[in-house]
Design a protein around this ligand. Sequence first.
Ligand SMILES: Cc1cc2nc3c(=O)[nH]c(=O)nc-3n(C[C@H](O)[C@H](O)[C@H](O)COP(=O)(O)O)c2cc1C
Length: 190
Amino acid sequence: MKKNLGPKLGIYPTPVVVVGTFDGAGKPNLATLAWTGICCSEPPMVQISVRKSRHTHAAIAAQKVFSVNIPSTKYVAETDYCGIASGRDADKFRVANLTPVRGEVLDVPLVLEFPVSMECRLVHTLELGSHDMFVGEIVATWVEGGIVSETKVDAQKIDPLAFMLNGEYRGVSDLLALAFNAGKKLIEKS
Ligand SMILES: Cc1cc2nc3c(=O)[nH]c(=O)nc-3n(C[C@H](O)[C@H](O)[C@H](O)COP(=O)(O)O)c2cc1C
């Protein structure tokens, strides 16, 4: 038996990304976001949903660009820190001992230590309620050399964080089956 909890968030887990921006004073800033996801394949796009009160919100609204960085599990403390301190009163790159690298295509700070970083150009803003959804077109995707051969990414080595809605960070590890494959046996049976 399921119990109806009413209108609640029910997607377990969500990804954890750290978004990079330059603020009005040109200082690089980071904010951890869990309301995020891929939202278009061609052209490649990602959505991030940000409260108006965030320092990051003003930066994206003004600059119209942002970076999306994927932390690996060993950076869980740095990631959490970027989600509890504001760039209004802290230099998060310095405190978290992370290195900002300017994007090659866009004027965005990328996190050198994280295995994946994307440069994104703002293409849509949707006011939803508590959050504004920023849709960014991904114009460059940087992946750490040790986990990519040609264009094939060894996704397991990214070792990303998952955010459980109960407030826990968890890792993503077990390979269960191959997508677009595991369901074939049901087609064969039908
Ligand atoms: C795990 C986690 C997930 C978060 N997800 C979001 C989110 O999706 N949207 C948002 O606006 N804030 C989110 N936050 C809060 C911001 O990261 C936080 O308010 C941060 O201080 C904003 O930094 P800024 O003021 O420098 O932009 C999250 C925080 C944590 C720890």
